[in-house]
Structure formats: C-alpha cells, structure tokens
Design a protein around this ligand. Structure first.
Ligand SMILES: O=C(O)c1cc(=O)[nH]c(=O)n1[C@@H]1O[C@H](COP(=O)(O)O)[C@@H](O)[C@H]1O
Length: 268
C-alpha cells in the first residue's frame, strides 16, 4: 500500500486507528483456548468486528514467535485474512548488518506480505536501507518510544539535542514520507510538537493509548499534519475489552469510540 492509498482510507473512514493484534493465548476467552487454531480464530473475530473502524492492523510478532511453528502459521493466516484495504504492520523491531536486514525484509515483505515493519535504528544506515528498497512498503523506525527506558538513551542529550532528535533527523535523510515512518509513544506527547518540526510530513505510528495511559486528544493536538500523519495504535484496550463470548462485540464498541473521537480531531 502507498501513502496516498493510506490517506484516502483515513479520509473515507474518518479514523486513524490501528488495532494491535498482540494476541496472547493465555488472555483470549476460555471458550477459544482449546480450539486447534485459537490465535487465528480470535484474530479473525477481532478483524471482522473492528475493520470498519480502523485503517491498520499491527501484528506484534513476539506473541506469535513465542508459540513456535504454530504461532508463525497463525501470523501468516492473519496477515492474509486482513482486508487489502487495511495497512499492515509487522511489529518485529528488526535491524542488523545489511545482508541480514535484507533477509528480514524478504521475510516480512515477500514471504509474508506486510506493508511495513518496525525497525530499531541502533545499527545505522546499512541496517535500514534494505527495507527501503521495496516499492509501496514502509520502514517504521523507532524514534521516541513509550516505555520508561526511553530515558536511558533516547532522552539523553548529545550536545544540545536529545539522541532521539538526532536519530529522527538523520534517518529522515535516508528515506522519504513515501517509505519511512517513525514510532513515537503516546506517553511522549509533550515532545510531539518538537518532532513535527523535524518531520512535518511523515506518518508517525503512535502506540501507548489505552493501557499505557497516553492521551489521544494530546497526541492529535500536537501530532496531526495536513494528511493526518498519524496511526494511533491500541492493542490490549481493544482486543481484551471483554473476556467472555462477547469479546468481539466489545472490541467493536471500543474501536468505534476511538474512531468517533478521532473524527472530531481530524482537520479535513
Ligand atoms: O513499536 C511499537 O509498536 C511500540 C513502540 C513503543 O514505543 N511502545 C509500544 O508499546 N509499542 C508496541 O505497541 C503495543 C502497545 O500495546 P498496548 O499497550 O496493549 O496498546 C505493543 O505491541 C508494543 O510492543
């Protein structure tokens, strides 16, 4: 999917919601846990229930890799099941020396047909370039993350800049808003206006609303650009909205609430 198609979808749906499929076998409703293909069955119900209210799905690969071959198969089935209208994110946080990153890119962009992948920037340009060689695919580089540990490196000053500022400015030289996005945690909304000065046109993937306490209102106030420019992710708040058989209906209600709130913030 390209940037234009993503923006069109946001305009049509009046939503910039990304549903996070952090599907944990121990947290899905009891009646599904004994199912031979429990993870995929759960994801299928969540996708069916939320697809009218969101524009993207983020699959956090850790939850699937933890289950071995079966988990990987459930991930493949899930990516294939997500409607082609929706932007897909492999939240894999990869990045390695160039020839290894090429294999990661092949794994997530060719073997699995994801539209994008999250990548850690620590190893520099040659670790990120291979992901940028694909047309209509995006690399989503960690900028300023939502977790406490962000203060250990990302929020350390290097001269008069934070490390995360250096990372975002430098990485932005390697790609364009057509193939590059950045992760900014919703819990870091005080830095969002500053980040918008560094990358006014790029999309930002913003996780951390819901369970981590980030504010959708603040993120929208400081992060929206002329094309929306935001994908706000919620995982647990949506997929575990209920533990009983009505889990998909409850997930739909929460996704719809996010969509309605987002509609009020959009400036087009
Ligand atoms: O790259 C990410 O998606 C990510 C970056 C970040 O800074 N913080 C963060 O929470 N995430 C991911 O976003 C999701 C947040 O999940 P919930 O807190 O349940 O909404 C998880 O899949 C995290 O791995």
């Amino acid at each position: 999917m390209n940037r234009f198609q993503l923006v069109q979808q946001i305009k049509g749906k009046r939503s910039f919601l990304c549903v996070g499929l952090d599907t944990d076998i121990t947290k899905i409703p009891k009646h599904l846990q004994s199912h031979a293909n429990a993870i995929f069955e759960f994801n299928k119900s969540i996708i069916d229930a939320t697809k009218d209210h969101c524009v993207a799905y983020k699959i956090n690969t850790a939850f699937y890799e933890a289950l071995g071959v079966k988990g990987w198969e459930a991930m493949e089935q899930t990516v294939d099941y997500i409607p082609k209208t929706h932007f897909t994110i492999a939240d894999a946080k990869r990045g390695d020396i160039g020839n290894t990153s090429s294999q990661y890119a092949k794994a997530f962009f060719e073997t699995l047909n994801f539209d994008s992948i999250t990548v850690a920037p620590y190893m520099g340009e040659d670790s990120i370039r291979p992901f940028m060689e694909y047309e209509n695919k995006f690399v989503i580089v960690l900028g300023l993350t939502s977790n406490k540990g962000a203060k250990d490196f990302e929020l350390q000053k290097m001269g008069d800049e934070f490390l995360y500022e250096k990372v975002i400015s430098k990485v932005a030289e390697w790609g364009t808003p057509e193939n590059l996005m950045f992760v900014v945690g919703a819990t870091q909304s005080s830095e969002l206006s500053n980040i918008r000065k560094l990358v006014p046109d790029h999309f930002l993937l913003v996780p951390g609303v819901g369970f981590q306490g980030g504010s959708l209102k603040e993120v929208s106030e400081h992060g929206l650009n002329k094309d929306c420019g935001l994908l706000v992710n919620a995982s647990r708040a949506i997929i575990y909205a209920s533990e009983d058989e009505s889990f998909a209906d409850e997930a739909k209600i929460i996704a719809q609430q996010y969509q309605q709130e987002m509609n009020g913030y959009l400036n087009f």
